[in-house]
Design a protein around this ligand. Sequence first.
Ligand code: KG4
Ligand code: ZN
Length: 341
Amino acid sequence: MRILGIESSCDETAAAVVTDKRVILSSIVQSQHQSHAVYGGVVPEIAARCHIENMEGVVRQALAEAQCDFSDLDAIAATTGPGLIGGVIVGTMTGKAFASYLKKPFIAINHLEGHALTARLSDNVSFPYLLLLVSGGHCQIIAVEAVGKYSKLGGTVDDALGEAFDKTAKLLGLGFPGGREVERHAIEGNPLRFTFPLPMKGRAGCDFSFSGLKTAVRLKVQELRQQQPLSKQDTADICASFQYTTGEILKDRIGNAIAIYNERYENKNLVVAGGVAANLYLRGILGEIADKAGFSMFCPPIALCTDNAAMIAWAGMERLWLGLASPLTTEPRARWALTEF
Ligand code: KG4
Ligand code: ZN
């Protein structure tokens, strides 16, 4: 079986063809980063227009690389939320139009479910598992029990972790999106030069907060700039100290999450997904926590951590197996919690 996946919920227009044997026949991601970079963040109206312009070419390329035709597809899966509504509308309408014309099932996918199930595409991880979902817009800890069965154990009370990385990068003039840049500069930096706060540390539960950390980084940068312009080393040290702090926060929060999860489930698997899971330093930290707790850790390959359509096609496959196709009346949604199925 082959499914065409379509993703357009933020600033990547993506299409992919994935088989039921877990083979990614193609995965095309056309990023709009250059169109948004001058604004230092994603501009929803520009994103929607770019999706309209790019969608047809991206789908054509995905089919061509997969060496298949529309007639070879068994279903069409598209992200129908949550996300920037203009882009979500473009993907949803494209998916529904193809499905309607081809008379094939349409499968509406929650973008977060795409991230949540990716490790089953890359590593065939069995249910249940503990999921840390960390991206630009989301930061949640979830027990994934089955397709469509997600139990939220904790989440951020303010910013997402990726957002904190992006804001730190913006403050330092490192471009957008900034997570990868912060990681790159951190390699040359001293993680212990600056001490930043560890919000929520020691508290029960596994919620997160990053706004205090963000403010502390901003104040420190202002203080340094008052003395003299930031040197390359200052920038690297800020990045390293910030990244180190996020690692310490994750250690504390995931430690609690594992304890909560262990009370209810027996499978000891930790999955890390979403754009921030591309960060190799944080992967290392999480790997150590997993090891100590006797958990196996699974992180999808980096190209499957950041937004892509292979994860949407795969979530579509999981749903198709269960007979969970969606009606063509399905509407795009800006907000859609993973626990809301
Ligand atoms: O999953 P994703 O591509 O889009 C959303 O669904 O939000 O995640 C994007 C986020 C951005 O905030 C980006 O800065 C962050 O993931 N990110 C990283 C790294 N690569 C991407 N954060 C830290 N380190 C990285 N290497
Ligand atoms: Zn995402």
